[in-house]
Design a protein around this ligand. Structure first.
Ligand code: CDP
Length: 237
């Protein structure tokens, strides 16, 4: 697989074309951003840790029958993925109240959410990823009702698989964001799953072990990511 030109660089990953038009290479960088890129920092080992974390999770999801764009890890910081036509809608499921939900609705952080909630956001940094709904997505052509129904069903299936996986490591999956795309007409999970895009708390102490450590200046960010990884069986060496 030949790595060709860079197609774009996001806040934490870069995307390169390959000699196969159906495949891309994702490079996980050490760059870390928060608050729509307002705060940027480089954290040593982050690219390697998130690349391995994502590979492990995507393989677990694939084994559970959830279609993902992930093909294989190529190196410490690179993975080969299917070239999706991305849908500009972020799907968020929450099992416990935290982050934006607490701010928006004034509910208490840590409150269990039964049943888990499902929210849609438009992927648009300039607009700070505004919350949207099915009606807006359909009218503006971001996704069809059928695609949205499939994305919602897949996002909840991911919850069942990952809640269990993290629980076995003594962790609570508080919330997470997924992005989907189309590959030959099929809805497929894209982007990444890492502690950058979810919240994970220690089940006993409720210590935050995800990107909130960076957002809140708590320190030990990558150490926490590695701790989570080790607890679910990832080998970072
Ligand atoms: O994290 P924030 O307060 O910005 O927003 P949220 O709606 O509480 O985020 C819910 C979950 O989605 C958290 O695990 C975030 O890390 C994740 N998220 C993300 O990865 N990327 C975004 N653009 C928005 C949320």
């Amino acid at each position: 697989m030949e790595k060709r030109q860079e197609l774009y660089a996001g806040k934490a990953k870069s995307v390169h074309a390959t000699d196969d038009p159906d495949r891309l290479i994702l490079t996980f960088r050490d760059d870390t951003s928060a608050f729509d890129g307002e705060r940027m920092e480089s954290l040593a080992r982050k690219g390697m840790v998130n690349n391995r974390f994502n590979a492990f999770i995507m393989e677990k999801l694939q084994e559970a029958g959830i279609p993902t764009h992930f093909d294989r890890r190529l190196s410490d910081t690179e993975s080969l993925v299917k070239n999706l036509e991305m849908i500009p809608v972020e799907c968020v499921v929450r099992n416990i109240a935290a982050g934006g939900l607490v701010k928006r609705l004034g509910v208490e952080e840590g409150q269990a959410l039964e049943p888990p909630t499902f929210e849609l956001f438009l992927k648009n940094d300039a607009l700070h990823d505004p919350m949207i709904n099915e009606s807006l997505a359909e009218t503006f052509g971001w996704a069809t009702p059928e695609q949205l129904a499939e994305m919602k069903a897949l996002t909840f299936r991911v919850n069942e698989v990952l809640k269990q996986l993290f629980a076995e490591g003594g962790l609570l999956l508080v919330d997470y964001k997924l992005e989907f795309g189309l590959f030959k007409g099929e809805i497929v999970l894209g982007d990444e799953f890492s502690p950058d895009g979810c919240r994970l708390w220690d089940a006993e102490t409720r210590e935050k072990l995800d990107k909130d450590r960076f957002r809140q200046g708590l320190g030990g960010v990558i150490e926490a990511y590695e701790e989570v990884g080790r607890r679910i069986g990832i080998d970072f060496d």
